[in-house]
Ligand binder design. Structure first.
Ligand code: NAP
Length: 264
């Protein structure tokens, strides 16, 4: 994917990794569609992007609300915007034990991370196919590759994305659709602050582990470099990403570690 002159729709652009990716891409003469729920925060991202000479459209919507997704897709259609790439970073994390978490909280996490993401993808994909191809990226997590305490439905929602997007890739190779699954480790963003707890309220804390994570800016540079190469999986983070390899090649060590790990 040569970014130059392309139209790229970015979800999660109001904060963290999505915001940093928007800024990183903004010097490529791109048109960026910036989405998230918080319009004011999107305007902040827009200001930083415009400085680098790109075009922007702010399109706030809620991934947890089907009507809101439909309205956003309708806006794109009515304005004849041709999407070359859809990069999805919108998502929420979790901080609660299985035994204490009501099913409504599990559903809320899936609604945003899984159903919202695939609903948006389904709105964009047919048009992309008609236009002769494009690129779709979705953000999983290292816990999309293994289970982790305090993250049950978050981990499950991210693992579900792998199944969905691998299938989409296999179906659409013939349609020139490139699919990348981004797999971050610990990145220093507000993800733990915005994570939801057993009461469905925000965790409202910067966890110690999160605070020591890779910066969003460095993470965005790695992601953009690999999106350009259309890598199928983009693993990014610090030493914690080794857990993906431990889970795959040394499962007994993973089982031992996972039950003893400090979850915050
Ligand atoms: N940071 C990490 O260590 C880490 C690790 C693995 C995976 N990830 C994944 O990376 C992605 C970006 O997270 P981040 O670290 O940048 O965290 P963040 O700073 O909390 O950003 C999350 C983004 O998702 C958007 N979002 C949340 N709920 C939404 C909803 N209902 N509708 C629309 N947008 C919504 C937020 O925008 P609004 O608040 O404006 O809606 C925000 O822009 C997420 O998918 C996360 O799961 C992060």
């Amino acid at each position: 994917m040569d970014f130059w002159g392309k139209t790229i729709w970015i979800t999660g652009a109001s904060s963290g990794i999505g915001k940093a990716v928007a800024i990183e891409l903004s010097s490529n003469n791109v048109t960026l569609i910036l989405s998230g729920r918080k319009e004011e925060a999107l305007k902040d991202t827009e200001k930083l992007c415009i400085k680098n000479g790109c075009q922007t459209v702010i399109l706030p919507f809620d991934l947890g609300n089907e009507e809101s997704i439909e309205e956003a897709a309708q806006f794109i259609k009515e304005n004849n915007i041709k999407i070359d790439a859809l990069y999805q970073f919108g998502g929420i994390s979790q901080r609660s034990f299985v035994a204490e978490t009501p099913i409504s909280v599990d559903r809320k996490i899936f609604e945003v991370n899984y159903f919202g993401t695939i609903a948006l993808t389904k709105k964009v994909l047919p048009q992309m196919i008609k236009n002769g191809g494009g690129q779709i990226a979705v953000t999983s997590s290292i816990v999309g590759k293994f289970g982790f305490p305090y993250r049950s439905s978050y981990s499950a929602s991210k693992q579900a994305l792998h199944g969905f997007f691998e299938s989409l890739r296999a179906e659409n190779a013939k349609n020139n659709i490139a699919v990348s699954v981004i797999i971050p480790g610990r990145i220093k963003t507000n993800i733990s602050v915005n994570a939801i707890n057993k009461d469905g309220k925000t965790h409202a804390q910067m966890d110690a582990g999160q605070d020591k994570g890779m910066s969003a800016e460095k993470c965005a540079k790695v992601i953009c470099k690999k999106l350009k190469k259309e890598k199928k999986e983009i693993l990014v983070g610090g030493s914690e990403v080794i857990m993906v390899h431990i889970r795959r090649f040394l499962p007994r060590l993973y089982y031992y570690m996972a039950s003893r790990v400090k979850p915050l």
